[in-house]
Ligand binder design. Structure first.
Ligand code: KIV
Length: 263
């Protein structure tokens, strides 16, 4: 097993796993210094492409963005989402996951559970493709947002799903928007680490969409902590630039190219 993946598994019950999403090199370079896991999530459909759901993302989109992200990664584990429709049967899943791994040199893929695709996970793992699972609110399969596992029976059903994913060989699992009691139950009953989003701090790690926590996506549900209002900071700079151009303050002599180099 990949050393980076072994290190992620070892963190369970020792130290929290820090994870964020990236869709491009410049952000990935910053995340890589601090994160254990960088995910190229299909949330880019909403965040970058302004779509209403993640359903139109395809393998080519994921590959293109991951090639960019990979250029910024030195040490963290690079995980990539398999887009909707790319793992509907064993052969398709194998073919697409292999292509994704070969073209991007990512460390692992993530796929959403529909409470049925355990054989697909098993087959990918058997083919040396590390898999991260994803349960709870799974945007590829669920239309309406709701908190998952909010009764004892529902929490136990989710635990069974998580255990089946673990048994199939996944090295980790995302718990998205679970009731806190359900996320604790699952975290305490799995050997593999759980990564929570909107699911309580009992999880072994946390993930957020970077654009949300930086305050640039415009999407701030209760579970997102906005660490910055990056939109305002960017706007300030753009305003300054606009003024400089209009007043002919930019470019100034400092920016003129006289010699033979441009740096
Ligand atoms: O697509 C994504 O960014 C994700 C995270 C929210 C876990 O799946």
């Amino acid at each position: 097993m990949n050393k980076k993946i072994q290190n992620i598994i070892k963190k369970k019950n020792k130290s929290k796993i820090v994870s964020l999403t990236a869709y491009s090199r410049n952000i990935a370079k910053i995340l890589d210094k601090h994160c254990d896991i960088v995910l190229v999530g299909d949330s880019m459909a909403n965040v970058l492409y302004g779509q209403n759901n993640t359903h139109k993302m395809n393998l080519a989109n994921m590959i293109q963005h991951t090639i960019s992200v990979k250029k910024g990664i030195k040490k963290s584990l690079l995980v990539v989402d398999m887009p909707k429709g790319s793992y509907t049967n064993l052969n398709l899943a194998k073919k697409n996951a292999k292509l994704l791994m070969r073209k991007t040199k990512c460390d692992a893929i993530k796929l959403e559970s529909n409470n049925k695709n355990f054989e697909i996970i098993r087959s990918l793992v058997k083919n040396k493709i590390p898999v991260m699972g994803h349960i709870g609110f799974t945007p590829q399969f669920k239309k309406k947002f709701k908190i998952e596992g909010d009764t004892k029976k529902k929490a136990e059903k989710l635990l069974k799903e998580a255990k089946d994913i673990e048994k199939a060989g996944a090295f980790s699992i995302v718990l998205e928007c679970l009731n806190p009691k359900a996320s604790k139950l699952i975290t305490n009953n799995l050997k593999i680490p759980t990564i929570g989003i909107g699911s309580s701090n009992d999880c072994d790690g946390q993930i957020l969409v970077t654009d949300d926590m930086l305050g640039i996506s415009g999407f701030y549900p209760k579970y997102v902590k906005k660490y910055l209002s990056l939109d305002r900071i960017i706007e300030k700079a753009i305003k300054k630039y606009t003024r400089d151009v209009k007043l002919k303050k930019f470019p100034s002599k400092k920016n003129f190219l006289n010699g033979s180099t441009y740096r």
